[in-house]
Design a protein around this ligand. Sequence first.
Ligand SMILES: Cc1cc2nc3c(=O)[nH]c(=O)nc-3n(C[C@H](O)[C@H](O)[C@H](O)COP(=O)(O)OP(=O)(O)OC[C@H]3O[C@@H](n4cnc5c(N)ncnc54)[C@H](O)[C@@H]3O)c2cc1C
Length: 461
Amino acid sequence: MLNTDRHHVVIVGSGFGGLFAAKEFAGRDDVLVTLVAKTGHHLFQPLLYQVATGILSEGEVAPATREILRRQRNTRVVLGLVEQIDLQARTVTSRVHEHVTVTGYDSLILAAGSGQSYFGNDHFATFAPGMKSIDDALELRARIFGAFEFAETIEDPHERRRLLTFVVVGAGPTGVEMAGQLHELSAMTLTHEFRRIDPSEARIILVDGAPQMLPAFGDELGGRAHKALEKLGVDVRLGAMVTDVDENGIVLTYQDKRTERIECGTKIWAAGVQANELGAHIAQQAGAQVDRSGRVHVEEDLTLPGHPEVFVIGDMMAVDGVPGLAQGAIQSGQYAAGTIIARLAGEQERAGEPFSYRDKGSMAIISKYRAVASIGGMRLSGFPAWALWLLVHLVFLVGFKSRVLTLVNWAITFVSNTRGERVATNQQLVGRLALRQLGPHTSGPLVRGETVDQRPGDRSD
Ligand SMILES: Cc1cc2nc3c(=O)[nH]c(=O)nc-3n(C[C@H](O)[C@H](O)[C@H](O)COP(=O)(O)OP(=O)(O)OC[C@H]3O[C@@H](n4cnc5c(N)ncnc54)[C@H](O)[C@@H]3O)c2cc1C
């Protein structure tokens, strides 16, 4: 417990929601903010696919949270995985390895985001990693570049073809952007580098169970993106559900019940999200509801029913008309902080105003010089949408250093078609699965250099 006269706000998560909430408290002498997150960085998730495909380094999309908030004297940044929240005692319990910290709060802002959903098929994750964290992006980088390397060493033409087949699951913005980048890598970046394989023969397949690509952008823009990707040579399969994934391939089941197996080396999962389990954990204590994606049904001021001191924001909240996008998280974070400030100032009217979301639109890049953007009533595609995409992403990247480095890397990639961030280590390739095999509580012994016994129950992968 902290001994403080100031109002203590605990924020869980340093993503868009948590960080933008924390920034609202800058300069407030009556508030002490503790931001607890399981990573030491703020992650700009919309650019993760560029880390996975070698355009950007992880540091450019993930500046240290501590550095971002260094001038905000009323704010402490604490590393820790939050495992428990006690609504009665008003405490948050977090852990770093085996060290447990219990932090008391006056107000709590829960912004722990969401993870990948495999729609009940969690075993797919072994072979089809998602893209939610720096670890995920670096693992994918190792898998993608590794597939070309491995194919170069293989004689058997069938095995080569399998290794050079990439399947992206999910035709939302992330899947579309990933498929476009894989095309650019194989058709432009890697063309003259191999002696036995022709990287441009790589097959890029984009799969989605829905009948339309980019549904949030409407029929017209979704259709344009579809045509543009097919023109590049991406094989788009819509209305196709992934019903099995294994080491060597993927099985699709079409709407007419027909099934097809695609032999492929690299599978990338960009479909479906599941809100952080802390949502269900507090909803259960409060008797609140969660939706199918685990998001908490909050009051119109984003508080947990019966707990006006607890705000649930960003990807964790279920609010009609608010999409799981960066803007939803930023605006809800700023709103929650503003409400706490208004309450402390005794501005009851302002504190009672319901949250209202301002839709600033959506955009997705398809390939070099091509994107689609839907902003208000405006629909853009091609070069204007691409230029706007670059501008918006630069503006929202956190930190001057990140912006400059990203701009330089983009310039190099666009002008020369080369990519400067292609390092991929074996650790990145196997780390996630190796840690899972070792079990959830091994990090302490590993850090201390102790021998860890493998438990048979932990070796399901
Ligand atoms: C690949 C990808 C591409 C995207 N592209 C776009 C895009 O182009 N445009 C757009 O608007 N949106 C995009 N999004 C969605 C957008 O990034 C999210 O909606 C947004 O990040 C949600 O913000 P948040 O603060 O709720 O959660 P996050 O940003 O996910 O932050 C969650 C935070 O909580 C921390 N955390 C999680 N669990 C715990 C725990 N138990 N203990 C402590 N800390 C914890 C995490 O470390 C993280 O700091 C994309 C998302 C992904 C994954």
